[in-house]
Write a protein that binds this ligand. Structure first.
Ligand code: FE2
Length: 283
């Protein structure tokens, strides 16, 4: 980070780095994601991922995906009778959540030394790759992601998560680019998702727990239109969202969430990696 970048990062809670990936890499990652979807075989047990209904947050298919590569469907891809309206490969909302450790192509990008350097410059002492996703935002069916902070879902004490968001295709206002509330990460964390405590039956569900009353000024929302190859670095407390895709162009992105191993990882986070498959440090 140059001094100007560091200043912008501290003031705004995000950084936009154009041309971080060559176009050829974006195309290889898009092809790799399509291959992973086709390798999933039967998608019968796959779950709808929707940040508006949040029903997935109670389902084992989602809650057990932290150490796997699984497909999640778009709610908009189904008709009222529950039949798919589009071909299955076009009905996928996202792949998650351990592409960075299970697929060589996504692993190479995720452990690129430039990411570790950025994470350390952003204040992490022991950056570790925690969670990864390909978000497809397919034409017409690509759903919105509502306003949220990543530290609500991937929590540590103190909160430390950083989001690395890579545009694999051009992201525009028409196909559902990111929006952020610059500087509003300084208001702190509004809520967090916790597993139900075992004393309440120990089921697999989760609950969103308010932490403090925070009023986000959504009038200040800034669209982050991004050419493919752009990396957007997001502070874990920065409110962000993306709209639905009503256009004819998909908006594929890869995201990697990095946590600071020097902070205590919350034992009641939805994502728990097994002890024989620990999160690994970024070089
Ligand atoms: Fe996010």
């Amino acid at each position: 980070m140059t001094p100007a970048m560091r200043q912008a990062w501290e003031a705004d809670g995000f950084l936009l780095l154009e041309d971080f990936l060559p176009v050829a890499d974006c195309e290889a990652l898009i092809a790799g994601a399509a291959r992973l979807v086709s390798e999933q075989g039967s998608l019968d047990q796959a779950t709808v991922f929707s940040t508006t209904s949040r029903a997935h947050q109670q389902e084992a298919y989602f809650l057990e995906s932290g150490d796997k590569i699984r497909c999640f469907f778009e709610a908009e891809a189904f008709d009222p009778a529950g039949r798919l309206k589009v071909p299955r490969r076009r009905a996928i909302n996202k792949l998650g959540h351990a592409l960075h450790d299970l697929d060589p192509l996504f692993q190479r990008l995720s452990y690129d030394p430039r990411l570790g350097r950025l994470a350390r410059e952003a204040g992490q002492r022991d950056p570790r790759a925690l969670q990864s996703m390909v978000i497809f935002k397919h034409p017409r069916v690509g759903g919105p992601v509502v306003w949220h902070q990543d530290s609500s879902f991937l929590h540590s004490d103190p909160p430390s998560v950083l989001g690395f968001w890579f545009a694999l295709e051009d992201a525009t206002r028409q196909n559902g680019c990111l929006f952020v509330l610059p500087g509003q990460h300084k208001q702190g964390l509004k809520e967090r998702l916790r597993r139900h405590p075992a004393s309440q039956g120990g089921d697999a569900g989760t609950v969103m727990e308010p932490l403090q009353a925070v009023n986000w000024n959504r009038d200040a929302a800034l669209p982050l239109e991004a050419r493919r190859g752009t990396l957007v670095l997001l502070h874990g407390a920065l409110p962000h969202m993306s709209g639905p895709n009503h256009s004819d162009h998909s908006r594929q992105a890869y995201t990697l969430h990095v946590i600071d191993g020097a902070c205590a990882y919350s034992a009641d986070n939805w994502l728990q990696r097994p002890t024989d498959f620990p999160v690994r440090p970024l070089p």
